[in-house]
Design a protein around this ligand. Structure first.
Ligand code: AMP
Length: 528
């Protein structure tokens, strides 16, 4: 199913249902489809041809959402750029992806215009056309097209182009906890099947109302929007994940489904508690992107009282991989394979030479690999055949994630291969220790790393954000010692209390700053 066709079917089916809602505008499916038609003509008139690439570097709003579908109708590919990037990253992506045009807003204006200037502004080969959807219409940026001009074209149909489901229609950049982000090439086919998988696994239904606050340049944000279109749902797009604004919108727009990273849930439940807010419209919660502590799982249950609450493990390359819909009994499990997915656990090998046949017995920790026959599978990294060949091997996608499957068949993730700690010759996975620490009621957040040690090679160090004052390192050391599942050699040798655990904007723990001593300590306690 081509995404342009999916949108048109939704507009034919229920033209009057709200498709997208922003703080200043509301478009029904009929109106939105017509606006998307106009913008697709606008792109064509700006020189965009089928197969070209058009970048979007903006916070969530009507223009980026509309332009994404207009790019699909124009037969081009959308290159979704992080709105927090500096001009150097944007310039790199413009060059790497051969971008013809780039949409920006007032928050990304300076960085995009500087990057565009370096590439050369204009319609010639290698040049780029900036398109402004800035709300500040008092200034017309030289060389830039105004989005509203683009949206003034014919509305009744889009340009006639052959709709190809298998070529690259979207490039999404991985959030990257290490190194340069990679452009993940996806097709209409892989996006369609990925959306179907989350619709089924998150139990979303026709006319669902979504708080579409995850950025559209992140796989979760984009697939919330695509799923909403398939369901004739309503995507409510606040520009920023600002908790007060989100809670307000949940109430006024009667939001029914949330699909967010744990960090955003954390901020929402805190804001709801301090404001005494109780919204009962939300029936379905899903989180992905990072593990959620059992404390936060409970707070989410208390705040929203959802009928369905799932942990979905996924990645930009595949979207939904596994899903745990039983968070009550097993809050830390990533659950079972999702709709199109087959997984294996194979020997963890930092050199990435292990074969898919080297399957480990149940209960043993190794690398999670996914059968690449899944229709959700990405087509490779943009211009990076070596990096692609490293992860797509012998028909399997090697995730770089470490995990084990328990006796019931449920997956537990314990960290990334690159974060594996080798202490006294033993492999230790940060996630298994973090899970024990998080089960202590005094621990709000925890991250475990290996620090260099002459005797042990690496010594295990835990960084902990306490839930309340009074927690001590001695108490945590005792708790780990008494744990019936944590072997002695896996106990942290050092506990450091910190104000916060450094994370990416999507909530993934950044371990490098902890290893390098870049954190704000509360108090530290060494265990001999
Ligand atoms: P990204 O492609 O940027 O969305 O990041 C994907 C990575 O996030 C995965 O490979 C995992 O390391 C991590 N991740 C995603 N979902 C979960 C989850 N539910 N629990 C733990 N880690 C997760």
């Amino acid at each position: 199913m081509h995404l342009a066709t999916a949108l048109e079917l939704a507009a034919d089916r229920y033209p009057d249902i709200d498709a997208i809602v922003t703080p200043s505008a509301r478009f029904s499916y009929g109106e939105w489809n017509r606006r998307i038609n106009s913008v697709s003509w606008g792109l064509k008139n700006a020189g965009v041809r089928p197969g070209d690439r058009v970048a979007i570097c903006a916070q969530n709003g009507e223009a980026p959402a509309t332009t994404y579908f207009a790019i699909q109708k124009a037969g081009a590919a959308a290159v979704m750029l992080n709105a927090r990037w500096k001009h150097r990253d944007i310039a790199y992506a413009i060059h790497e992806a051969g971008v013809r045009a780039i949409l920006y807003d007032q928050t990304t204006r300076d960085q995009v215009l500087q990057a565009a200037k370096e590439a050369g502004v204009g319609e010639g080969a290698g040049k780029v056309v900036p398109i402004s959807c800035s709300s500040d219409y008092r200034t017309q940026d030289p060389g830039a097209l105004a989005y509203e001009t683009l949206a003034a074209g014919p509305t009744h149909r889009a340009p006639e182009i052959a709709r190809d489901n298998c070529s690259t229609n979207t490039v999404l950049y991985t959030s990257g906890t290490t190194g340069q982000p990679k452009g993940v090439c996806r097709s209409a086919r892989s996006d369609y099947y990925s959306a179907l998988a989350i619709i089924l696994e998150h139990r979303w239904e026709r006319f669902e109302r979504f708080l579409a606050v995850m950025p559209l340049y992140h796989t979760m944000g984009l697939h919330t929007l695509i799923s909403s279109v398939l369901l004739n749902g309503t995507a409510v797009l606040p520009p920023k994940p600002e908790p007060g604004e989100c809670l307000h919108r949940i109430g006024t727009e009667q939001i029914t489904a949330l699909y967010l990273v744990p960090t955003v849930y954390h901020d929402l439940v805190e804001a709801a508690a301090s404001g005494g807010v109780r919204h009962r419209s939300v029936r379905k919660l899903a989180f992905a992107g990072a593990p959620m502590s059992p404390n936060l799982v409970n707070q989410c249950f208390d705040t929203f009282r959802p009928a369905i609450f799932v942990n979905q493990y996924g990645c930009t390359e595949m979207l939904a991989v596994t899903v745990n819909p039983r968070l009550g009994p097993k809050p830390l499990s990533a659950g079972r394979p999702a709709l199109h997915t087959r997984i294996r656990i194979v020997t963890a090998d930092r050199d990435r030479t292990v074969a898919p046949a080297e399957v480990l017995p149940r209960g043993r920790t190794g690398e999670v690999i996914i059968d690449a026959a899944s229709p959700q599978t990405f087509a490779g990294y943009l211009n990076q055949p070596k990096a692609t060949a490293q992860v797509l091997r012998d028909g399997w996608y090697f995730t770089g994630d470490l995990g084990f499957v328990d006796d019931d068949g449920d997956l537990f993730l314990v960290g990334r291969i690159d974060d594996m700690i080798i202490t006294g010759g033993e492999n230790v996975f940060p996630g298994e220790i973090e899970a024990i620490l998080l089960s202590h009621p005094g621990v709000a957040e925890a991250a475990v790393v290996g620090l260099p040690d002459e005797r042990w090679g690496q010594r295990i160090a835990a960084f902990v954000v306490p839930a309340a004052p009074g927690l001590t390192g001695a108490e945590l050391a005792r708790f780990c010692l008494e744990s019936p599942i944590l072997p002695r050699f896996k106990r942290p040798r050092r506990f450091t209390f910190v104000k916060e655990i450094p994370k990416t904007p999507t909530g993934k723990v950044l371990r490098a700053p902890l290893r390098k001593g870049k954190f704000i300590p509360l108090e530290s306690c060494e265990r001999k």
